[in-house]
Design a protein around this ligand. Sequence first.
Ligand SMILES: [Ca+2]
Ligand SMILES: [Ca+2]
Ligand SMILES: [Ca+2]
Ligand SMILES: [Ca+2]
Length: 299
Amino acid sequence: MKKLFPIFSLFIGFIVIGIISCGGGGGNNISPDTSDKIAFVSYRDGNAEIYTISSDGSNLLRLTNNPAVDRDPVWNPDKTKIAFTTNRDGNFEIYVMNADGSNKVNLTNSPDFDCYPSWSPDGTQIVFESSRAEGWDIYVLNVDGSGAPYRLTYGDGDNRYPCWAEDWTIAFSSNRDGNYEIYIMNATGGGQTRITTSDATELYPKWSLDSLRILFVSNKDGNNEIYLMNRDGSNWTRLTSNPEDDTKPSWSPKDEAIAFETYRNGTNSQIYLMSNTGQGQINLSGNNFEEFAPSWSSR
Ligand SMILES: [Ca+2]
Ligand SMILES: [Ca+2]
Ligand SMILES: [Ca+2]
Ligand SMILES: [Ca+2]
């Protein structure tokens, strides 16, 4: 980490300049907002645990301490809680904890796999994928634990990797039409619409703050790369170009930058940051441990 810090500082400078130039007025605060944290998974302590770190590389905090797999961390809208997936109770469940790692609560308690949470815009609900019926489908639960999860997808194929937009639209991946494509639907499962048409595999949609664009991953150019498109599936822009897999993107709070998982350094995945146009790709992890699934505190 230390040897990469100067490069990282340049990158942060770039982000901060972007914030200042877009902000208008003010302009006195030229230091990064260190309340801006990235949650991620690392094997640095022997098994998959969840950590948070400031985007300038400081303030590393370990949030889980358990021999089981802890993964899929996602910040809630007001940055006070993190939802995650863990198999500490025997199979994967959706948990929520406070941002300091305290008060971990199991919200699913089902005998099947429950994974990949994404918060509703108001922070009261979580959309997730579950294998509790036939194959994978998408469900919504109430964070206060009330009621049973509500199922949003039915029918052929697997429906996975949901992401909730600020305008309440949910994007997800499905292979119902033969291979994985990106789809969108409303928050009650209505209006399910396919927005990509490709022979390749499209996964991990992530909405922009204005709900007009979607980051996603496709292997259409031979291996996994990160792309950006409009919400109607038009205008694909490729942001990575690397022979190894680049995957699981996450927007920074104001959409100026993107954190992602990449295998470009060898067998272990690392977390990289880049601008929203794919510039300045740098290693946030800076070690040889497997690190993946970044979630930048957003909104
Ligand atoms: Ca663990
Ligand atoms: Ca379960
Ligand atoms: Ca496809
Ligand atoms: Ca690649």
